[in-house]
Ligand binder design. Structure first.
Ligand SMILES: Nc1nc2c(ncn2[C@@H]2O[C@H](COP(=O)(O)OP(=O)(O)O[C@H]3O[C@H](CO)[C@@H](O)[C@H](O)[C@@H]3O)[C@@H](O)[C@H]2O)c(=O)[nH]1
Length: 379
């Protein structure tokens, strides 16, 4: 069996969609067929000691993804050396890169030095934002040209590669992320999160970054709080936008309706999913940054919750529109407030949607099934 090295900066215990995706899929492969070379992070030792696969950690963060600056060239040189040593030590036959940049550049160097082929994952926003710089466009194209396969997370990402990058269909495959339907499941016996009792709770999970749209939901809150005085907007996740979001809530005079919960562990997060009245990912395109797929929408549906997603990027592929959730233009707070109010006035519809959501993700997005498909594809 060919041995794969999964090479990705983002990997548990760091929170993030791609890291969860890779650990769930490759973690189900036989122990002798996979090794990991992944980003160093706090708490990694405890995580790695539970892994049945060898895990190598390396500090892959660098502000410099271009190759023309000295710092960028040095970063790729160091990263290639680490990748080459790990590949030789583990007897690797193919490298799977978590992203085209920066991981793919080091994998291309390894292909030249050691003739080990590589494939790259594409998430949507990465190949959109690369188009904003000539150097990153050139580098991305170079990495993709020499890759065996490009694996994208959604039909939406597939279309970006085909229409904006001119990639041929035979090189690109769509393999969506999934959800752990055993961990994320309805369970009314779970205690309600603190501060939720007696409130209408709307939940968003994800990094606090502009494309996720937490700001738009906060802007919709003055209108919603006028109609539902006990509304509570719970926000799970950390990120660069937190100070701006807190200021916004204060400026709008609705800070008491917004609960910033920060990063929480999976158990606490599951409790929030289970008890929210509505899960919302009010994503929108910001510049070239757009949501590629949105695993949080699968997690909420797995917990039997109705979902609202922005009508942008690949999020529509996570839900059955009108059946398990709704797609809304989240570029303005008015349309969000209107859609949320309509849903909250109809608790029976919310219940039906939640039940349908659970069935939807069970039948299409369980990791077990997706991992079997991935093994057939890769080994
Ligand atoms: N426990 C915990 N988990 C968190 C937290 N914040 C985020 N997560 C987890 O991090 C993941 C977020 O995944 P996505 O919703 O998919 O968003 P992303 O991190 O921006 O991921 C990118 O890659 C994905 C895979 O291709 C894409 O689905 C997504 O659109 C985006 O491109 C989810 O599994 C979510 O549970 C937190 O505070 N605590």
């Amino acid at each position: 069996m060919k041995k794969i090295l999964l090479f990705s900066e983002i990997f548990p215990p760091t929170h993030g969609g791609s890291g969860r995706w890779f650990s769930e899929i490759y973690g189900r492969f036989p122990s002798e067929s996979v090794a990991f070379l992944v980003g160093a992070s706090d708490g990694a030792d405890a995580y790695d000691s539970q892994s049945k696969h060898p895990v190598h950690r390396y500090n892959l963060s660098s502000g410099e993804w271009g190759v023309r600056s000295l710092a960028g060239a040095k970063f790729y040189w160091r990263t290639w050396r680490k990748l080459r040593n790990t590949a030789r030590q583990e007897g690797i036959h193919q490298v799977h890169c978590g992203r085209v940049l920066p991981e793919g550049v080091a994998a291309l160097m390894l292909r030249i030095s050691d003739r080990i082929p590589y494939s790259c994952y594409v998430h949507g926003e990465d190949v959109e934002t690369a188009l904003t710089s000539r150097e990153l466009t050139w580098l991305t194209r170079l990495v993709m040209r020499h890759a065996e396969q490009i694996i994208c997370n959604s039909e939406n990402s597939f279309r970006i590669l085909r229409d904006k990058w001119g990639l041929s269909d035979d090189k690109v495959i769509v393999m969506t992320p999934g959800v752990d339907v055993d961990h994320f499941r309805p369970d009314p016996a779970t205690p309600k999160p603190a501060g939720w009792e007696g409130n209408i709770n709307i939940l968003t999970v994800g990094r606090l970054q502009r494309r996720k749209g937490q700001d738009m939901m906060i802007r919709a809150l003055p209108d919603l709080a006028g109609q539902f005085p006990n509304i509570n907007y719970a926000v799970i996740g950390g990120g660069e936008e937190r100070p701006a979001l807190e200021r916004l809530a204060n400026d709008l005079g609705i800070a008491r309706h917004v609960q910033f919960m920060g990063e929480v562990d999976d158990a606490r997060m599951a409790a929030c999913y289970r008890h929210c009245d509505l899960f919302a990912l009010p994503n929108r395109r910001v510049g070239n940054d757009d949501e590629g797929f949105g695993m949080v929408l699968l997690e909420a549906q797995a917990c039997g919750r109705p979902v609202l997603a922005g009508a942008s990027g690949g999020t529509r592929e996570t839900l059955e529109e009108g059946v398990t959730g709704v797609l809304v233009d989240c570029t303005n707070p008015e349309s969000i407030a209107q859609a949320v109010a309509e849903l909250l006035r109809n608790p029976d519809r919310l219940k039906t949607m939640g039940r349908a959501g659970r069935k939807h993700v069970e039948s299409r997005f369980s990791w077990e099934t997706l991992a079997v498909n991935a093994r057939e594809l890769f080994t």
